[in-house]
Design a protein around this ligand. Structure first.
Ligand code: AMP
Length: 429
């Protein structure tokens, strides 16, 4: 069969690596792909926002399955376009993707369905938003309603910070129209985990859980990034907790979406805070997380493609192998200055040496090829990912591989997975 993968980051490289291993797949295209993806797929130079061109390409090539990586085209309705053209697409419709595209939609859905989440109120005017903050008190979280490239949730320790966040979203419009409306919500305390579930419109299949490290510096210091690394599984998220999350959060959410005429097909990323009162939803995303996808793909058992097809076609799940009790770690190697300004076009050395270890995959997130040389082309450059029998070994292997790699200004966190490795041993998921 022919598969078209849309996207060109570390998440899509990990998906390409896994999809290309499927015996069902004869041809894998990626649009636009990247130099790492090009090792597993034929890259076509079409941007993820060029919906017309992507649909025309998929039709011309008669692809059997389209897999959409990023959220922006999904929220903009790319899955609807492929479905209208009669193509099987892994990724939710625009109406279902609103679970990520509009935080107000997601929060109202959770309120109606009694899904545990932070208490909240929504505003389209800064005055009442500021007054509400005073009523509830700090700390609290201000969230732009729409997509904001992962920057739209602002944790505010004081009312002054909350005022500034409201001004940034609603008055200065730093996030454009996405910040015209905001959610003000309770600050949740606990361990944050990312839980991934496949959905076929009516039924859900749990995949696995990971813990992301969002801040740029060791010890959870510095500004937030798209993710500096993660590990999987997370011991605290055991089988009993997974069942509870499936019963009280995932299934009611999917039922509510189906009830609104927006059945969800694709991957549902459930961002959870494990609070003292139980798991609560921090956010839903309509796609795999990055770097979580990298850590998940190297652990994922068997062939992923039949599961993606069942989700895309709304069919019953084929028998799915149980996830092995392997641990994986992804360490993101970033450009100097990231998440602020950074240079690009810097030559990258040592990727081959890093990948020489059988337990290691180096996924490309922000790379390009110039005159036959691999160079940096983004903030997060590479995801160095290792899998092992236990977390300590996965951490040691990943960092040994990271140390093979060099480019000017390169930086990475040195503590990915460390907190967990001291206190936890992996469970089956
Ligand atoms: P979001 O864009 O909603 O995923 O938020 C980004 C990050 O902000 C999350 O991954 C959390 O670390 C943090 N965050 C968001 N909402 C809350 C909350 N209600 N309580 C505590 N932290 C939060």
């Amino acid at each position: 069969m022919k598969v078209l993968l849309i996207g060109g980051g570390g998440r899509e490289h990990a998906l390409a690596w896994k999809i290309a291993r499927s015996p069902l797949v004869d041809m894998l295209f990626a649009a636009p792909g990247n130099p790492g993806i090009a090792r597993h797929a034929s890259c076509v130079d079409i941007d993820v926002d060029a919906h017309d061109d992507l649909v025309a390409f998929a039709g011309r090539e008669r692809v059997d399955l389209v897999v959409v990586g990023p959220e922006v085209p999904l929220v903009a309705g790319i899955a609807d376009r492929f479905a209208d053209a009669g193509l099987a697409v892994f990724g939710p419709s625009a109406r279902a993707a609103a679970i990520e595209g509009s935080k107000i939609f997601a929060k109202n859905l959770m309120r109606q369905t009694r899904i545990p989440t932070a208490t909240f109120s929504t505003f389209d005017d800064p005055g009442p938003a500021r007054r509400y903050c005073r009523d509830v008190g700090a700390p609290l979280v201000i969230k732009a309603d729409g997509l904001a490239a992962g920057k739209g949730a602002i944790v505010c320790r004081t009312l002054e910070e909350a005022d500034a966040a409201i001004a940034e979203c609603m008055e200065r419009r730093t996030f454009g129209l996405s910040g015209a409306r905001v959610v003000v919500e309770e600050f949740l305390i606990g361990q944050e985990v990312s839980f991934f579930v496949l959905a076929n419109g009516s039924d859900a299949l749990p995949l696995a859980v990971a813990e992301d490290h969002k801040t740029v510096f060791d010890g959870d210091h510095g500004p937030n990034t798209g993710g500096m690394g993660c590990y999987s599984p997370v011991a605290a998220f055991d089988d009993a907790l997974e069942k509870r999350v499936m019963d009280t959060i995932v299934r009611p959410t999917l039922a509510a979406l189906a009830g609104e005429g927006a059945p969800y097909r694709g991957i549902l990323f459930v961002g959870l805070m494990l609070t003292s009162q139980g798991p609560k939803v921090v956010e839903f995303n309509c796609r795999f997380g990055d770097p979580e996808c990298q850590a998940l793909m190297v652990r994922a058992p068997g062939d992923l493609v039949p599961l993606l097809l069942a989700a895309a076609r709304g069919e019953a799940w084929p028998p799915a192998p149980r996830w092995p009790s392997l641990a994986s770690v992804c360490v993101c190697v970033a450009s100097g200055g990231y998440p602020g300004r950074y240079a690009t076009g810097l030559p990258i050395l040592g990727v081959d040496a890093a990948e020489a270890r059988p337990e290691v995959q180096v996924f490309h997130a922000g790379t390009a090829t110039r005159a036959g040389r691999l160079v940096t082309a983004g903030g997060r450059v590479l995801g160095v990912t290792a899998v092992a029998d236990d977390l300590d070994r996965a951490i040691a292997t990943a960092y040994a591989a990271v140390r093979e790699i060099t480019f000017d200004g390169m930086h990475y966190r040195t503590d990915i997975g460390r907190r967990a490795s001291r206190s936890e041993t992996p469970s089956a998921r």
